[in-house]
Design a protein around this ligand. Structure first.
Ligand SMILES: NC(=O)c1ccc[n+]([C@@H]2O[C@H](COP(=O)([O-])OP(=O)(O)OC[C@H]3O[C@@H](n4cnc5c(N)ncnc54)[C@H](OP(=O)(O)O)[C@@H]3O)[C@@H](O)[C@H]2O)c1
Length: 335
């Protein structure tokens, strides 16, 4: 089969297109899917380049988010038929393994998963929309709903709002009835985010976002007042961390699920104690979060934002666009 393969950690040019890669074979309890669509995540760039403390088997086919059709059933699989449309929960919860990282993923014509990872995909949700959901939207759902408990009327600042996780955070915060302020690196992205529902936008490439928050929403005050933000969503880390703390009102919440720009930023704990801030971490999603997302998509309340769909052969272009921060929402790769 055709597949995009890495043989070790490296750079985007090290991702190799193979026209005749061995087909996966379904073992007991497993199924092989014909890949309909695979979406890229920033996590794939971490996988490609390597993360301290995470050792991966090579060669590896990346691609965590997959939707497609069942092509073959392994022994002992019950309740599924060849040809069924499915979305994949990328976490193999029996083994604690992530697709496209600890086992071969969706940047190929076919992929093998455990049958317990399958979620039936209704005909009215496309493979592309389904593939956009699990990692980015699943994590955003858990962060904004279960962990973050975003409520009506809250002022929420979202950094990195234009990406996969970010575009879902914007939509979920609006659905909760929050006032949503987005930060992005270009005017074009800000215009797209306003079209998605954002109430206010800050270009943090040209302006200091913390100063802009203080100017527009007031500088947080000790013990009271509603100056500043109720919530800052920060999965960027790096030099955005301390300024994010300084945007929060007394008792405010900083929600994090990642660190695109660096996981060991400078810290200033004075703001945490003085303003009695709550730092809320969030990791991954539950299968029930994916069910909830599918229901929101079907009801028309949530839109998986898809920037571009590229053929499998052009996966490197998709990776480059992600790396260059030029994607709005999700980029899809499909055989
Ligand atoms: N813990 C979990 O379970 C989990 C799950 C999903 C994602 N994550 C993490 O969440 C983060 C976002 O993931 P994603 O897939 O949504 O990424 P993405 O689609 O690439 O979006 C990230 C956005 O962050 C902004 N950004 C700011 N600084 C950046 C930098 N130095 N490099 C690249 N982008 C930067 C970019 O927008 P601007 O150009 O407008 O700034 C970009 O659109 C990643 O760190 C990822 O690992 C964690």
């Amino acid at each position: 089969m055709q597949a995009q393969v890495i043989r070790g950690h490296g750079e985007i040019d090290d991702i190799t297109f193979e026209a005749d890669w061995p087909e996966p074979v379904a073992g007991p309890g497993e199924v092989v899917l014909k890949v309909g669509a695979c979406s890229l995540n920033f996590h794939d760039l971490f996988t490609l380049r390597g993360m301290p403390g995470i050792k991966l088997g090579m060669p590896l086919i990346m691609g965590i988010d997959v939707a497609g059709e069942i092509a073959a059933l392994g022994p002992e699989v019950t309740g599924w038929k060849v040809g069924a449309r499915v979305m994949v929960d990328p976490i193999n919860r029996k083994l604690g393994k992530l697709l496209g990282e600890a086992q071969d993923g969706g940047l190929a014509e076919r992929v093998k998963v455990d049958a317990s990872q399958l979620i039936p995909l209704p005909d009215d949700v496309s493979f592309e929309a389904a593939a956009a959901l699990p990692v980015a939207y699943g994590t955003a759902y858990r962060m904004m709903v279960a962990r973050g408990k975003i409520a009506k009327g809250e002022k929420v600042l979202i950094l990195g709002a234009s990406g996969g996780v970010g575009t879902c955070c914007v939509q979920l915060a609006k659905l909760a009835g929050a006032h949503v302020v987005v930060a992005a690196s270009s005017e074009e992205k800000l215009a797209q985010l306003k079209a998605l529902g954002a109430d206010d936008g800050i270009n943090y490439k040209s302006d200091d976002f913390m100063k802009e928050i203080h100017r527009r929403y007031g500088k947080p005050k000790f013990f009271g007042g509603d100056s500043g933000m109720d919530v800052v969503v920060n999965f960027t880390g790096g030099d955005t961390w301390v300024p994010s703390l300084r945007c929060l009102r007394n008792g405010g919440r900083l929600l994090t699920c990642g660190a695109t720009a660096g996981f060991d930023p400078k810290e200033d704990i004075r703001y945490i104690w003085t303003f009695e801030l709550n730092i809320v971490g969030s990791n991954g999603w539950l299968p029930s979060d994916l069910d909830a997302l599918l229901a929101l998509v079907r009801s028309g309340k949530l839109k998986p934002v898809i920037d571009q769909k590229l053929p499998l052969q052009e996966a490197r272009t998709a990776f480059r666009r992600l790396d260059e921060r030029s994607v709005f929402g999700k980029v899809i790769v499909a055989p």
